[in-house]
Design a protein. Structure first.
Length: 261
């Protein structure tokens, strides 16, 4: 069994002790090497120990948890974020397919997150690759702008794409199928709603329960055979009646925004 050496970084005593207890009782793959109350204490532990995984609180006085990201990169440690809020941060974390746990932490969610990190770490060592997801997250959080890159998990690892390269996304049961402008198709085991929440709302619009389109790739729309959109790659998609008004409103705002730039 792969055992990961981990640290817990959180300024709240109850949060530290409860996570420590949950890990001891439910995650034999995790060996807690240290517990830190701040970013500074966490840096000191990292400097003296080989750490594979960091459970990192986001909002801490005296140093935001994200300030530890460069150190995590330097030591090649995986990160599971623990947080009670910060919607922008959660959006950025989701966009980079990084794991997070909302407080109070659920046991099953904790087990799932640990299992994923163990598997990714095994694959990561085999492939000898840096975790670019952490790098992109740090960049996104520093700029605090719209999400411009997405990390899409697949069977062998992850693929990072620019959101501008997405033509549209279609739902396939509990999967989302990405159609990219280089004719590549990527299937991800996440529901469409998750990407609807992450992608820039002024650029992407959900036109049907099964479809999200990138307005940058919209070529034409007409209502000859029911409302349809025609995309630059030649595909056409129906717009549902209940989403038509939202679609037209987005078109109006998108056109206005582009004409001003």
């Amino acid at each position: 069994m792969t055992v990961l050496k981990a640290i817990i970084v959180d300024d709240e005593e109850f949060a530290r002790s409860s996570l420590f207890f949950l890990l001891q009782q439910n995650c034999p793959q995790i060996e807690i090497t240290g517990i830190a109350r701040s970013v500074a204490e966490a840096r000191d532990i990292l400097a003296h120990h080989s750490i594979n995984l960091i459970f990192l609180d986001i909002a801490m006085p005296g140093g935001n948890g994200f300030e530890l990201i460069p150190n995590a990169q330097q030591h090649n440690a995986a990160v599971i974020f623990t947080t009670a809020y910060d919607q922008y941060a959660l959006k950025a974390i989701k966009a980079n397919a990084l794991d997070y746990l909302l407080k109070p932490i659920d046991i099953d969610e904790l087990k799932t997150a640990v299992d994923k990190v163990v598997e990714y770490t095994r694959l990561h060592k085999t492939l000898d690759q840096k975790d670019e997801r952490i790098t992109n997250l740090a960049s996104t959080l520093n700029n605090r702008t719209d999400i411009r890159k997405l990390t899409l998990p697949h069977g062998q690892g992850f693929k990072m794409i620019d959101v501008d390269d997405i033509i549209y996304i279609e739902a396939d049961s509990n999967y989302s199928v990405f159609h990219l402008n280089n004719h590549e198709i990527i299937t991800v085991s996440k529901v469409l709603r998750e990407f609807e929440e992450i992608l820039p709302s002024e650029q992407f619009v959900r036109i049907h329960k099964s479809s999200i389109i990138n307005l940058n790739h919209l070529k034409e729309y007409n209502s000859k055979n029911g409302l349809q959109v025609f995309l630059k790659n030649g595909d056409s998609i129906n717009v549902s009646r209940r989403r038509a008004s939202d679609f037209f409103e987005k078109i109006k705002l998108f056109t206005k925004s582009n004409s001003e730039h």
